[in-house]
Design a protein around this ligand. Structure first.
Ligand code: IMP
Ligand code: MG
Length: 183
């Protein structure tokens, strides 16, 4: 995909699926979920880059328990339109997770392969506890069994962009979530 200019860029944003206001309301609930889950105990909130950078920044500001933040960058390899389950850690956390109650903020669960790998990897390092919060969940696409502890939005089988999610690295900066389409 090559973006030639603003007209071309905008023409591929087919329809707004989740508005900024809907995201704000869901973030508040996610913050309350974390606060009640940990009841004052400190946590490590982990952003899985790049897709969750916007989500994690907004979620972090809804969290009232003492909170450290951590970043890791993973690359999921694709076979056609599906992730292969080959997940490469491009940049690892700088914290030793065995000392933390870990909350992983993911952008989207599609086939589930990426999150399955991540959860197995975290568990092998024995965190004090582990929870996963995902912004989006596409259950119709699942090929590997995995569930988040909280999904802010369950969406149909469409390719979505915005609020951190990209198509070929563009559209991450849209403040809402939209369906992507060519033609
Ligand atoms: P998995 O299929 O659950 O392993 O998802 C792998 C990764 O694919 C996600 O973390 C996203 O980065 C990306 N992905 C899956 N569906 C979408 C989408 O609709 N829009 C943008 N990225 C997606
Ligand atoms: Mg991701």
């Amino acid at each position: 995909m090559k973006i030639t200019g603003i007209k071309d860029y905008e023409s591929k944003i087919k329809k707004v699926l989740i508005t900024e206001d809907e995201i704000k309301a869901a973030l508040k609930k996610a913050g309350e979920f974390i606060n009640s889950l940990y009841d004052g105990r400190p946590i490590l909130l982990v952003s899985v880059l790049k897709g969750s950078f916007v989500f994690m920044a907004d979620l972090a500001r809804q969290v009232a328990v003492p909170c450290e933040i951590g970043f890791m960058c993973v690359k999921s390899y694709f076979e056609g339109t599906s992730s292969s389950g080959n997940v490469e850690i491009v940049m690892d956390l700088d914290q030793d997770v065995s000392n933390y109650h870990v909350v992983v903020a993911e952008d989207i669960i599609d086939t589930g392969r990426t999150l399955r790998k991540l959860v197995d990897m975290f568990k092998s390092k024995h965190p004090l506890s582990l929870h996963v919060i995902t912004l989006l969940d596409k259950p119709d696409r699942r090929v590997v069994e995995i569930k988040a502890d909280m999904s802010l939005f369950v969406i149909p089988d469409e390719f979505v962009i915005g609020y951190g999610l990209d198509c070929a690295e563009f559209y991450r900066t849209l403040p809402y979530i939209a369906v992507y389409g060519e033609g």
